[in-house]
Design a protein around this ligand. Structure first.
Ligand SMILES: [Zn+2]
Ligand SMILES: [Zn+2]
Length: 408
């Protein structure tokens, strides 16, 4: 499909005789041999690869079988099978860059909020400029005979009648380079390794609103092997936990404590510092705050990526600090607080009532007493109270159903 057949690479008919194939190979190999044609390296590899298979009657027969079925059923051709087994055929498409180097990059929530430019020093491997990635002078290079300059050896292992399994192994004679260089002629700089290490500085730009696990790709800034394009350098952002905020999508979630008077009468005070370090004067004047309620501050969340003017919300989970157990309200306070009216029926029933009194137990005490019986847990139909007990379901729900808490 995308790869040319071995026959078209060698420019022969599929019915070509062994002699015709050999002649075609010789003509093309002379034309494209890297010694004569510096641009021909890829083509030379392709030709050698094709010849390697078509010159061997057994391999050719297997190739014909796979090739034909591949053409009819869109199934894998031999090339595709090699490709999928070995992570891409080296000679098929040099412009494609299947591998990229992944590097974790630790960032703070502040970095993701404000955006940041970072300069990083790193080392990359690039073709040796002294020998142009050849490992020695071109005149002393010899194509490796056992692998035909490919650097690897393809073979077919017979699995059963008519069943072949492609195998590829690194050529032992040239250690995969496709070339052999006499020891004394090896490049002095790279010692025949063909690559050298270069110090490089790269700039990474983090845009405001980027997320944990997001990738920042620097095209062509990774290692480069001789004759190949440089790989991409990819940084994966890893956000460190923040002392104040938990990020959920574009929203920020924080916790704060208010006292009972503030819950009942409202408040206006500096409760938090935002991600720029500015103090936030949080005001809530109308309406009582009940246990478990969350203050939603519109537009104080994370900037949305690519629309940094647009921001998510800040959700402040409020913990109401009640007075100590032994605190006694003054009769004046009791008189001022709203009270539930007694119904007449209650007064009639009081004369016949059994006198009981209670001791307040904490919510966790209650939970540990009731958790022993799964039945009591299942019987609790009303989950409103623990809706915001943790950041789990409650908040997920919140952000989906009410992405915006602008006051109506
Ligand atoms: Zn060199
Ligand atoms: Zn070799």
């Amino acid at each position: 499909m995308s790869s040319r057949s071995y026959y078209s690479v060698l420019q022969v008919e599929t019915s070509a005789s062994e002699a015709e194939i050999k002649r075609a190979y010789r003509t093309l190999a002379m034309k494209y041999h890297p010694d004569k044609n510096p641009e021909g390296a890829e083509m030379f590899k392709e030709i050698s690869h094709a010849y390697e298979t078509l010159s061997d009657p057994q391999r050719r027969a297997a190739y014909d079988q796979y090739g034909e079925s591949g053409g009819r059923h869109e199934g894998p051709s031999m090339e595709d099978m090699f490709g999928s087994m070995f992570g891409g055929h080296p000679s098929r498409d040099p412009s494609r860059n299947p591998r990229a180097e992944l590097h974790p990059l630790s960032v703070t929530l502040e970095d993701l909020f404000r955006g940041k430019k970072m300069r990083l020093k790193l080392e990359r491997s690039i073709p040796c400029s002294h020998c142009k990635g050849l490992g020695g002078k071109r005149s002393v290079l010899k194509g490796c005979a056992p692998c035909g300059g490919l650097g690897y050896i393809n073979s077919l292992r017979q699995m059963g009648p008519g069943m072949f399994m492609p195998q590829r192994s690194v050529c032992q004679s040239c250690q995969g380079s496709g070339k052999v260089i006499p020891e004394k002629n090896k490049c002095k700089r790279c010692k025949g390794l063909r690559v050298k290490t270069e110090a490089d500085t790269v700039e990474i730009k983090i845009d405001p609103g980027m997320s944990d696990r997001q990738k920042v790709v620097l095209k062509g800034k990774g290692d480069q092997a001789p004759g190949e394009e440089a790989q991409d350098l990819v940084f994966v952002l890893e956000q460190k936990a923040h002392a104040t905020f938990v990020r959920i999508g574009d929203d920020l979630v924080a916790e704060a404590e208010i006292d009972l008077a503030e819950a009942l009468c409202g408040f206006s005070r500096v409760m938090l510092h935002d991600l720029k370090g500015r103090p936030l004067l949080v005001t809530h004047q109308t309406g009582v705050i009940r246990p478990g309620e969350v203050l939603c501050i519109h537009g104080e969340g994370m900037p949305r990526e690519r629309r940094p003017g647009d921001r998510g919300d800040l959700l402040v989970k409020l913990h109401i600090k009640f007075p100590e157990n032994r605190w006694t309200p003054s009769p004046a306070l009791r008189a001022m607080l709203p009270a539930t009216k007694r119904r007449p029926a209650d007064e009639g029933a009081e004369a016949a009532a059994e006198m009981v009194s209670g001791r307040a137990i904490t919510a966790s005490e209650f939970a540990s007493r009731t958790s022993q019986s799964s039945q009591s847990r299942n019987a609790r139909a009303d989950h409103d109270e623990d809706m915001f007990d943790d950041y789990g379901d409650g908040y997920a729900d919140y952000s989906h159903s009410a992405p915006d808490c602008q006051q109506q």
